[in-house]
Structures are given as structure tokens and as C-alpha cells.
Design a binder for this molecule. Structure first.
Ligand code: MLT
Length: 255
């Protein structure tokens, strides 16, 4: 990994999962900000961020992020990471702006697009959101988001995921479901991503299981795989220290 501009701490940008917000990165930001500049922006419609006038897409969010980083004066390559939906965005950014990155972190995510079946399920969820709330949706999602041991022994994490999702707006959730449904397939681009990439996955991730992480590692020219024990899909919330340590060790080794 190329060093950041001299004298500067390396910049690390982390994008959250659906239907969470930037607060899901609190533990990693606290751990890593001693020697990194950590940014955790909200995706459109989450964390109180307004929705754009037109439907947003994973690619349009990547464009917006590129512009926002420029406005912040971050004009040297940085490390971009994302978990699940955040990973789709990180991949889109890596496809569109490879020269802006010195490293990529893909956590509990996948490179391919939605299958026809997955798209149909998104449609059903979008239709259900006409009468349901984000609080209803997260109840249905929880068994898949968190592994069994987290659900059994870490009620505070379950509550946190529930509370964060429940305070999101219905409109934001629906707009994101459309963006997830319509995302591009990034698989063919993986081999053209030369920068160091850390692929993280919860050992018990039921949504994007370790086999998908392994498949991405095979395609990426410069990837490291980190499997987090006792974690499901929201591995950074389930095992915050192990997740932050994986990033720290990789950033140090990859320098
Ligand atoms: C997420 O955690 O962001 C979602 O599982 C992504 C998805 O539904 O594809």
C-alpha cells in the first residue's frame, strides 16, 4: 500500500450496511482513530441524511462520495471500506475511481448483482413497506443479520441493531431497497482492482457466507481474507475488537 501524504494519518472511509447508519462504526472509529482519519458517512436517506430528488443508485452514491471527498480536501488516495450495502458502494467506487484508492475493505458483502429471485424479494419488501415500518422490517431481518450466539448472549447488540434500524425513515428504506435491487455486477471488475484489499466475513454470515468472500479473494489480485469467529452478517457489531484489529493489522502489513 502506498503511504498517505507525508505527515498525514491515513484516511479510512467506512460505509454502513442496510438498514443501519454511520453509528454502526462507532467502535471501529474509536479504536482506529488514534492513527487514522476515520470518516463514516451516511448513505442517502439514512441517519437523517436527505434523499436526493431522483432515485439514487449504488453508482450515484459512489459519484457523490467521490465529490464529497474532494470537497473535504482529501486529494490523495485513501482506504475505502464497506459492510454489505456499504461493500456494494465500495466496489462501485473501486470500479469507477480506482486511482482514488490505496486500499479497499469488503466486509460481509458480495460482488454479483441481485438474481431474479432476489429482485422479486426486494419487490415484495418494497410493497410491504407501504404498510410496515422499518421497525417491522428489522424484526424479520434480525435472525439473518446476527449469528445465533450473538442473538442468545448479546442482547445489547440485538437491541442496538433494532433501535438503529427503527429510527430510519420508511422513504429512506424504500429508496435503498431499489438501489440494492438495481445494483450492477462488479464481479468482472475484481481482477482489475490492483490495490490491497481486505475481505472480512463473519464465520456464520447467513446473508453473504464465507464462500462468497473466498470467491472474491480468488478474483482480486491483492487480497487478504479475514474470517471473524462467532459473528454473522453484522460482524463489526458482533465482534468489534476483532474487526478493528483485522483492519489495523492489514493496514500495517500492507503499508
Ligand atoms: C446489508 O446488510 O446491507 C444488506 O443485507 C444488503 C442486501 O440486502 O443485499
Amino acid at each position: 500500500m502506498q503511504p498517505a501524504a507525508s505527515g498525514d494519518k491515513p484516511v479510512l472511509v467506512l460505509i454502513h450496511a442496510f438498514p443501519q447508519d454511520h453509528t454502526m462504526w462507532e467502535a471501529q472509529a474509536a479504536n482506529l482513530r488514534t492513527d487514522h482519519r476515520v470518516f463514516a458517512p451516511d448513505v442517502f436517506g439514512f441517519g437523517g441524511t436527505p434523499l436526493p430528488d431522483e432515485d439514487w443508485t449504488i453508482d450515484s452514491y459512489a459519484d457523490n462520495l467521490a465529490a464529497a471527498m474532494e470537497e473535504l480536501g482529501i486529494d490523495t488516495p485513501f482506504v475505502l471500506g464497506g459492510l454489505s450495502m456499504g461493500g456494494y458502494i465500495a466496489l462501485a467506487f473501486a470500479r469507477k475511481f480506482p486511482e482514488r484508492l490505496r486500499g479497499l475493505i469488503l466486509a460481509d458483502t458480495r460482488a454479483d448483482a441481485d438474481t431474479e429471485e432476489a429482485k422479486a424479494n426486494r419487490e415484495k419488501t418494497i410493497a410491504a413497506m407501504a404498510t410496515q415500518t422499518p421497525a417491522d422490517l428489522i424484526e424479520q431481518m434480525l435472525p439473518k443479520l446476527l449469528c445465533e450466539s450473538t442473538r442468545a448472549s448479546k442482547p445489547e447488540i440485538v437491541e442496538r441493531v433494532r433501535t438503529t434500524a427503527s429510527r430510519q425513515s420508511r422513504e429512506g428504506v424504500i429508496a435503498a431497497l431499489k438501489a440494492l435491487r438495481d445494483r450492477s455486477d462488479s464481479t468482472a471488475s475484481l481482477k482489475n482492482m490492483p490495490f490491497p484489499t481486505l475481505v472480512i466475513v463473519g464465520a456464520e454470515d447467513a446473508i453473504t457466507p464465507p464462500a462468497l468472500a473466498e470467491a472474491m479473494v480468488k478474483e482480486l489480485p491483492n487480497a487478504t481474507l479475514e474470517v471473524i469467529a462467532n459473528a454473522g452478517h453484522l460482524s463489526n457489531l458482533e465482534q468489534p475488537e476483532a474487526f478493528a484489529t483485522a483492519i489495523r493489522n492489514w493496514m500495517q502489513k500492507a503499508k
